[in-house]
Design a protein around this ligand. Structure first.
Ligand SMILES: Nc1ncnc2c1ncn2[C@@H]1O[C@H](COP(=O)(O)OP(=O)(O)OP(=O)(O)O)[C@@H](O)[C@H]1O
Ligand SMILES: Nc1nc2c(c(=O)[nH]1)N=C(CO)CN2
Length: 210
């Protein structure tokens, strides 16, 4: 999705949550300073695992494990949203792609994302105004990654559209030409979550429906 199409949606999201665009921009700049030639994954590498392939996008709803029992993984490129990567790793599955803002989960889950990266997952690390501390702490531990922002993209900081980790996975799958996208571990109506998460799920449902 080009930024001109995304920007009005992004502005509505910022307003709905009361988030500050300047904070997102500062975080993106911070992340850009962590990129080197050695730790940057190319978009062609990402495209190679998605283009023309059926993609399974895994969210981290409580039903993820049971959804996964019905799925033949070998038929899909697996893209995991943040904590979903830990669930997959626990099942012995290394997702091909992970989208994470590094702020949703326990330290143990982040360690599993770092391990997945070492085992070959392409990790898309997302900068936003409320995760600079996490970026500072964990980004040096990821050997290779792609940097993303929800604000205006620049240089090697990309914006493929989407806001929370789950819907960004979906946008990545679409942007890079998945021939089919199946969802697992998405429960947009989950009431067992805090009000901010509820609002994020409302936006996720809307964005994935676009
Ligand atoms: N019922 C649900 N509870 C939690 N996550 C869900 C649910 N349904 C779908 N998801 C998707 O799973 C993604 C990963 O969730 P997780 O809790 O691991 O990370 P998070 O960083 O806390 O999530 P978020 O990006 O929403 O802040 C979410 O971004 C969301 O899109
Ligand atoms: N500024 C800001 N942006 C976000 C945030 C957040 O908490 N703050 N959370 C997200 C999904 O977890 C995605 N983007």
């Amino acid at each position: 999705m080009d930024f001109a199409t995304w920007e009005p949606i992004y502005e509505r999201i910022l307003e709905d949550f009361g988030f500050d665009r300047k904070g997102d921009e500062k975080a993106a700049l911070f992340l850009s300073h962590k990129l080197t030639e050695e730790n940057t994954v190319s978009l062609s590498e990402l495209k190679a695992v998605i283009s023309g392939k059926p993609v399974l996008v895994c969210g981290n709803a409580p039903g993820l494990r049971s959804d996964l029992l019905e799925i033949n993984f070998s038929a899909f490129t697996v893209i995991a949203a943040d904590g979903a990567a830990a669930v997959l790793m626990d099942m012995g599955i290394v997702p091909e792609v992970i989208c994470t803002d590094l702020d949703g989960n326990s330290e143990a889950d982040i360690e599993k994302e770092i391990l997945a990266c070492e085992k070959g997952s392409i990790v898309l690390i997302h900068a936003h105004g409320d995760n600079i501390d996490k970026l500072e702490k964990y980004v040096p531990r990821f050997k290779r990654f792609i940097a993303t922002t929800q604000a205006k993209p620049f240089d090697d900081i990309y914006n493929f559209g989407g806001f929370s980790d789950g819907d960004r996975c979906f946008f990545v799958a679409r942007e890079f030409g998945a021939n089919k996208i199946r969802l697992a571990g998405f429960d947009f109506e989950d009431n067992n979550v805090n009000p901010i998460k509820k609002k994020k799920l409302k936006w996720a449902k809307k964005l994935i429906g676009i």
